[in-house]
Design a protein around this ligand. Structure first.
Ligand SMILES: [Zn+2]
Length: 439
């Protein structure tokens, strides 16, 4: 269990993990080799330690599987990048260079040592080749569909293996026998092919291979270089960078319906984190503890009647129910529902709006869950005994401080909120045009 005061710094911890992700992109080895699984595990252990214990990770302290943590917020995670995919995305820089630059000392070296008259996309991996090279070859399947070329002079486009035709690489459309019967080599460039065939396909190809009809051979421009571009998973043209690559090669998971209820601009990060754990039933409640051991003396620290659980704490228990009732009253909430799941459900329906009342309701439910959980743990460790009215007032004051300390747009609704909450309108809140006029 333990006090959750350290969660006050959870935002910094997540930032720190994200920062480590960034730092790794500057580490030379992360961009040239796929890190061994054991190394990835060791680095992740440091990340996990930061997140769950604020130091070194000890057994049983992780509350949510790391795989889950590494999902984006809209998919139910904390938005930390998983290292294995990030490492692959960083390594892609080398492959990008390889496909983009034709004449360079490095390309000459690659041609002599690795390609031997093959192309990067079809050369076979050999046992004794360098670690870094075989790592690059291992990524080909994932990247092929994303690296596209627009013809200029056609000199840097491989006829068969590069994506330049809208139907995809010709090698996937035209069988090897056809290629061989015309004596067309694997390394043939689009320029070489076009100089032999002009702008029309060899006789009979478009009737035998219908996908070719989608696009004729291009008219090449001798004074224009071919361009290479990154195609995202939706087919849009994007600038190449490791973040874009990461977005396109990672596994996409279904969006969770509740993420906008937990994560939004005005949220208080430590509250959002506990709310995130509660919503996934990952707080160490009695119910969870009982699923692991047989001790049955556990009783809710508030009502002393039953072992606590997410459902009981938020807000079936008579103590927490009173706290929530009071918060609804003094914070002028517009939320319906008497337990966390009902409340989340009703907030979900409103989460597309940017209404200040929606923000306050979302902040209030997260704050109530956070403060009840904190009080529950303080009762266990320090014998705390804050009455429900006092706790509700503490929640109100925390939310009020948050509202006062944030730059907000002035609106009629804000005016109403300020009136009810007795907040003097802070100077740094954005004035509307009408306000400016009145001064
Ligand atoms: Zn209780």
């Amino acid at each position: 269990m333990g006090s959750d005061n350290r969660y006050l710094s959870i935002h910094q911890v997540t930032i720190k993990c994200k920062d480590l992700n960034k730092k790794l992109s500057q580490v030379y080895w992360c961009s040239v080799i796929l890190l061994p699984k054991t190394t990835i595990k060791d680095i992740e252990k440091v990340f996990k330690g930061f997140l769950w214990t604020g130091g070194i990770l000890t057994k049983g302290k992780a509350k949510v599987a790391w795989k889950m943590v590494c999902k984006p917020q809209e998919e139910g995670g904390l938005g930390i990048r998983d290292l294995q995919t990030w490492n692959k995305a960083l390594l892609t820089r080398q492959i990008w260079r390889l496909t983009k630059v034709k004449n360079s000392l490095w390309m000459d070296w690659v041609n002599i040592h690795h390609l031997h008259k093959h192309t990067f996309w079809e050369v076979k991996s050999k046992d004794l080749e360098g670690f870094s090279w075989s790592n690059m070859l291992a990524l080909r399947d994932k990247l092929w569909k994303h690296i596209w070329k627009t013809p200029g002079d056609g000199n840097n486009i491989n006829l068969w293996y590069d994506n330049w035709h809208s139907a995809g690489p010709l090698t996937k459309i035209i069988p090897v026998e056809e290629k061989d019967s015309h004596d067309l080599k694997n390394t043939m460039t689009l320029q070489q092919f076009c100089s032999n065939h002009g702008t029309g396909w060899p006789w009979g190809w478009d009737s035998r291979y219908p996908p070719l009809r989608a696009q004729n051979l291009p008219i090449l421009q001798t004074n224009k270089k071919d361009t290479v571009w990154w195609r995202d998973r939706e087919g849009n043209k994007k600038d190449f960078n490791p973040t874009q690559v990461w977005k396109d090669i990672r596994t996409i998971n279904p969006t969770v319906s509740w993420y906008k209820v937990v994560w939004f601009k005005l949220n208080i990060h430590s509250h959002a984190f506990i709310f995130w754990l509660a919503i996934q039933d990952r707080l160490m409640t009695h119910e969870r503890m009982l699923s692991w051991n047989t001790s049955n003396n556990l009783k809710c620290l508030f009502c002393k009647e039953v072992p606590d659980s997410i459902k009981h704490l938020f807000f079936d228990c008579k103590y927490s129910r009173e706290v929530w009732k009071q918060v609804c009253k003094i914070c002028f909430l517009h939320t319906s529902g008497t337990d966390m799941y009902q409340i989340v459900n009703s907030l979900q329906q409103r989460s597309h709006t940017t209404h200040i009342h929606t923000d306050i309701d979302r902040m209030a439910v997260a704050a109530t869950i956070y403060f009840i959980w904190r009080e529950r743990n303080l009762r266990y460790h320090n014998g705390s005994n804050i009455p429900h009215m006092k706790l509700a007032n503490e929640i109100f004051n925390t939310l009020k401080a948050r509202l006062c300390g944030t730059e907000l747009k002035w609106s009629k609704h804000m005016e109403e909120v300020c009136g009810k909450w007795k907040i003097a309108r802070p100077r740094r809140w954005h004035p509307t045009k009408a306000d400016d006029h009145g001064r």
